[in-house]
Design a binder for this molecule. Sequence first.
Ligand code: SAM
Length: 330
Amino acid sequence: MKGVRLPRIDKDPELHEMLKKYSRLSYGEIWTDKISGHKVGCISVDEQEAVRKMFGAEKAALAVHDPPYNMVAFQQMSAEEFVQWSFQWVMLTNELLSKNSSLYIWLGADQKNNFSPFAEFILMMGKTPFKSRSFITLRNQRGYGTQKNWMSVRQELLYYTKGLPVFNIEAVYTDIPKAVKGYYKEINGVLTENLERSKSENIRAGNVWIDVQQVFHLMEENVSGCFAQKPLKAIERIVNASSAKGDLVTDFFSHSGTTLLAAEKAGRKCFTIDVDPVYCEITIRRLENFRKYGKAGWGTSNPFEEEIVKDEELQEYLFQKYKIQITNFL
Ligand SMILES: C[S@@+](CC[C@H](N)C(=O)[O-])C[C@H]1O[C@@H](n2cnc3c(N)ncnc32)[C@H](O)[C@@H]1O
């Protein structure tokens, strides 16, 4: 099946219902991976007891959370409500992280609305045991609002720690060669130039990541139907820098399963949850697809390609609503 992308599942409740029947998890259930021990739970982060139970006695070295802050943008929750809600899951994260661990949070800032909920959120984080470490910006290639404003090309990523977690310095280098020479420093009586002193010929990512491409439909890692997929390269960087092989990594808002896939690729174990059975299914399928075909996503196809070919009701629906024709799939 080539060239057929699913429309956004979150915007189409009927399509969502049709795909739900292919989800192996019902709400409240947990899938355990027999190969690497990953877990995918169809649980709301608000069900704290269920999340604790999923972890058992295990603690994670790293949490990478990407909450649905678009609820604020769509005015479904005020910034204050969002932050009160977030405080609960941040404190749960604190409980489930080990003594020396890292927490990364992807967070939006609505520039049309006082950069909400950014300010409220970082003030709330000050009331938790986490220590602020870095405010990372991902520089997207494409943006919006170019005519009467500075093009919006940033994605915010907050980095917090507790205790003394690992930070693997070799994981922070990009593929971009160092271009600037001429910073001299005396080392043991010898004047050296910065390139001689460097550990690498390439620059470090620093806290402005300019070398990560945001996901779009022509990329292999694209998971059509999902609307908020984060770049795998960014999460792999986080996992490689802030955890060690064999560590447990967690993500409370799995969606397309990017953190789980990054953990699998890096030899870590991942416990992840999503409130929605369809995204849980996509998360599991993404891992299985990667193991079977070595692919990070479905590019211009979709995670339900085998079912769509057989499901006439779904085919009819996609044709009537989106003019997607099954013959295109074959
Ligand atoms: C912004 S997306 C995460 C994107 C993810 N980082 C990726 O790369 O695909 C947020 C996800 O949170 C899920 N979600 C919303 N409310 C939730 C809740 N109360 N508990 C757990 N998951 C929730 C949504 O279903 C959605 O899939």
